[in-house]
Design a protein around this ligand. Structure first.
Ligand SMILES: Nc1nc2c(c(=O)[nH]1)N[C@H]1C(S)=C(S)[C@@H](COP(=O)(O)OP(=O)(O)OC[C@H]3O[C@@H](n4cnc5c(=O)[nH]c(N)nc54)[C@H](O)[C@@H]3O)O[C@H]1N2
Ligand SMILES: Nc1nc2c(c(=O)[nH]1)N[C@H]1C(S)=C(S)[C@@H](COP(=O)(O)OP(=O)(O)OC[C@H]3O[C@@H](n4cnc5c(=O)[nH]c(N)nc54)[C@H](O)[C@@H]3O)O[C@H]1N2
Ligand code: SF4
Ligand SMILES: [Mo]
Length: 748
């Protein structure tokens, strides 16, 4: 905690990176008498320079929410009961131990939710729990979100985390397809003050094109808004590729020597002329041609796609084509185009060499045969893997920071399935729709008592930087989340829950450094592991691991071999963060495909293109449903905070005025989808395309046995109940959440 002096007695401030979305804003917390009482943007933060949104501003409310669990809970005689931490860990060890003993670790399912991307513990410990179990039943919010991008990146560049990020500060022409960063504050493109960056882009004479079936806040800011039919992005982008080839506009720029598959791509694109896709996309062919020509003509340009391009029928194809367009217009890996960030915890570059490439389907889900992707199976398959008896059935569950009962398709089915598992642990601060099924709930402390470092999001930042926030307040008689997850891991390692949690970190450190010192290209090649370990600072295990990662990383001090390089001590000495400069070109070093090139036409995508070609003739004339986010909401949580609830943050069905009047819809509608039906308030607005309906996700807080008072008072409906989960993007296992066929009418 940094004492700022002049404030009134008992008052202090502390700096803390906001963990509520991917923008990673630096906050200045006000602390009075040992609790957080306010939050404002830290003007001196090297990355966010004072930006703040309503969620960050409500940090104090979240931290002090009376409904946050302060003690762990254990199910006793069927009832979740507050217990001591010792009792809770003992119950966790006993239940998990029994499941492993009776059915094997492989029978334990793990679900990892979104906030794992926003906590130190979520980055460092879940992989150890999965490994300790030896289970293939791993599910996460990724297959409700960005898995298509991982697959396309993996196939094109050889690494599923080689994220291409729009160079927002320098681009001349930005195409945003299927994203609404004015509300989401950006995703897979970590940029504090995304709205300000878009305004500045326009101010410096740059242009913004938004492609979205809804006229979102982001679309309102754009020079041009195209409103395609939901689900048709891949076809639209293929038509852009077609025009680039047909009109001789392809210019690979600096990556020309590193590209493979150009001819195959050209011939694939012949079937996707603008005229051939126009009716399917619901966009004029001329608009597609203009888009392609402007992209080619712009001095620099970047195409950026997100949830609306990802969680659709052709999600992987769409994610691939976003980068194909970036490559064909010479905008990959150049300033103002899309670039690869260099995270401070990424291993130091080791030169261009062919890699092993990326593949999926190393195993398959038991019931429906879905291929493994990034060692995960589709969330949509979780319920059936619990329900279906036989060898390999899920018998116990561990959920960490997730609420799949609301966030995944057909929550009622998952709800019923979770009721049948023999044992379930949830690591979560709330008693909610998912955790109410747990036998043991282990609540992490509030963010003020937790450290912060963006292990994942630094790899997505539009400007390289490194920032660390130690806990702003001391732990109040409870373990931090790192300890909670470490103790679960200790049980699985056979050490027992009362072992020393530091053992978990020390094992990772020893293993990592053994590997590093043996790698001739590592900055610590040939050094003695013991000597390096002795250089790590005393302190919590997660800090020792972070220091190690920083020091062997791209900017690191290589354990003294590169004096002045990054260490945790250096980060601690710079509480507003260290700016590491604008993004730099990283090709060809970063490529890990077996060819050592950028694969423009990977066979998996080439064959999936046939599925898209077959779809072009389809003319759905019914309604389709899409989602939306709200500035004062966060998926299924943060609905329990007074500052964020009410007002326009509501669970309503948006419909175009002409559609509403044709259907005679005024106040309440009944919507029927493949998975169920909902009665929902209607919001008539011409912000949405005709034939399209929009409902936000994360609502439906009306189940018994949850503990979020305010959320339950304004429950909304669970949009994912309309979805039976049967339709996935086949290459990534990602649920189709946008473009769901539904029937709508007045609720009588
Ligand atoms: N229809 C539809 N469905 C969607 C989407 C959509 O656009 N449309 N979006 C999808 C997307 S992109 C995502 S990411 C998923 C999200 O899916 P999930 O991750 O399953 O759901 P969240 O609502 O983010 O749940 C977060 C959980 O983490 C808990 N939590 C908060 N902070 C912490 C912490 O510090 N530690 C721990 N251990 N727990 C914490 C919260 O209490 C909550 O239970 O939803 C998906 N579902
Ligand atoms: N305030 C707030 N911020 C958040 C979240 C939140 O819940 N609230 N959630 C966080 C999470 S987990 C994520 S993953 C990010 C998501 O960040 P974004 O992807 O920026 O957010 P969305 O609002 O889901 O934007 C998706 C857009 O795609 C459009 N869309 C739907 N279908 C299609 C389609 O077929 N084609 C095209 N082109 N567009 C389509 C929708 O109308 C919507 O505007 O936001 C994060 N930030
Ligand atoms: S934009 Fe995101 S990171 Fe910034 S204050 Fe809001 S929720 Fe926090
Ligand atoms: Mo997400």
């Amino acid at each position: 905690m940094t004492d700022t002096g002049p404030a009134h007695a008992g008052s202090a401030t502390a700096l803390r990176i906001c963990p509520f979305c991917e923008a990673t804003c630096g906050l200045t917390l006000t602390i009075d008498d040992g609790r957080v009482t306010g939050a404002r943007g830290d003007r001196d933060d090297v990355f966010s320079a004072g930006f703040l949104c309503p969620k960050g501003a409500s940090f104090a409310e979240l931290d002090n929410d009376p409904d946050r669990l302060r003690a762990p809970m254990v199910r006793r005689d069927g009832v979740l009961t507050e217990v001591t931490w010792d009792e809770a860990f003992a119950a966790a060890a006993e239940g998990l131990g029994a499941a492993v003993r009776d059915h094997g670790g492989a029978s334990v399912g793990v679900y990892l939710g979104n906030p794992n991307a926003h906590t130190v513990a979520g980055a460092l410990y879940p992989p150890l729990i999965v490994r300790g179990l030896g289970t293939r039943h791993v599910y996460s919010a990724s297959t409700l979100d960005q898995m298509p991008k991982h697959v396309s990146l993996g196939l094109m560049f050889g690494s599923p985390v080689a994220f291409t990020v729009p160079d927002l500060d320098r681009t001349d022409y930005l195409v945003i397809i299927g994203a609404n960063p004015l509300v989401s504050n950006g995703s897979l493109a970590t940029a504090a003050d995304f709205p300000g960056k878009l305004r500045r882009l326009r101010k410096r004479g740059g242009r913004l094109v938004v492609i979205d079936p809804a006229r979102t806040r982001t679309a309102e800011l754009a020079d041009r808004h195209l409103a395609p039919r939901p689900g048709s992005d891949a076809a639209l982008l293929f038509a852009v590729v077609h025009v680039l080839f047909a009109e001789g506009l392809v210019d690979l720029g600096t990556v020309g020597d590193h590209v493979a598959g150009l001819d195959e791509l050209r011939s694939l694109a012949t079937d996707f002329a603008p005229e051939a896709v126009a009716a399917y996309c619901g966009v004029d062919a001329a608009d597609i041609e203009t888009l392609a020509r402007e992209l080619a003509a712009a001095p620099t340009a970047a195409v950026y796609g997100r949830v609306g391009t990802s969680t659709v029928e052709f999600g992987t194809l769409g994610s691939w084509l976003v980068d194909v367009v970036n490559v064909l217009t010479g905008n990959l890996d150049r300033p103002g185009g899309v670039m690869f960030p260099m995270s401070p915890v990424a291993p130091a570059p080791r030169g261009h060499r062919p890699g092993r490439g990326f593949s999926t389907g190393r195993w398959h889900s038991r019931v429906s045969g879905h291929p493994e992707v990034l060692s995960e199976l589709p969330v949509a398959a979780l319920a059936e893997e619990i329900e279906t008896p036989g060898e390999g059935q899920i018998k116990a569950m561990v959920t960490i920071a997730g609420n799949p009962v609301l966030s995944a398709p057909d929550g009622e089915r998952l709800d019923r399935a979770l009721d049948t598992v023999e044992f379930m642990i949830s690591v979560d601060p709330y008693l909610n729709e998912t955790t109410r099924h747990a036998d043991v709930i282990l609540p992490p402390p509030p963010p003020s008592q937790s450290p912060h470092f963006d292990f994942a999001l630094n790899n997505l930042a539009v400007r390289n930087n490194a920032r660390y926030s130690p806990p702003a307040l001391p732990l109040q008689g409870r373990p931090d989340e790192a300890e909670i997850l470490s103790r679960i891991a200790l049980v699985l390692y056979g050490i027992g829950h009362d072992g020393d949690p530091a053992l978990v970190d020390e094992q990772v450190i020893a293993t990592t450094l053994t590997k590093e010192t043996a790698d001739a290209n590592s900055p610590v090649a040939g050094r003695a592991v013991d000597e390096l370990i002795a250089l790590l600072p005393a302190g919590p295990g997660y800090e020792r691991r972070l220091d190690m990662m920083l020091r062997i990383g791209a900017y690191g001090d290589a354990f003294g071999a590169r004096p002045g390089g990054l260490t945790l001590a250096a980060l601690k000495a710079a509480p507003h963060g260290i700016d590491l400069g604008p993004l730099q070109p990283r090709l060809p070093d970063l490529l890990r495909t077996p060819s050592g090139r950028i694969e423009l036409a990977p066979p998996q995508l080439v064959s999936d293109a046939a599925r898209l070609r077959d779809a072009l003739g389809r003319r759905g004339d019914g309604f389709v449903l899409i989602g939306r986010r709200h500035l004062r909401s966060n998926n299924s949580w943060m609905h329990n905070l007074p500052a964020l609830s009410g007002g326009s943050n509501r669970c309503t069905l948006q419909i175009h005025p002409d559609d509403a009047s044709e259907l005679g819809l005024t106040d309440t509608a009944i919507v029927k989808g493949p998975g169920g039906e909902l009665v929902v308030p209607v919001e008539v607005t011409d912000d949405i395309r005709r034939g399209v309906l929009s409902l936000p996700h994360g609502w439906g807080h009306d189940r018994a046995g949850t503990g979020q008072t305010l959320a339950a008072a304004q429950p909304g409906v669970n949009v994912n109940q309309l979805n039976d989960g049967s339709v996935l993007d086949p290459l990534s296992g990602t649920s189709v959440l946008n473009g769901i066929p539904v029937v709508v009418g007045p609720a009588s």
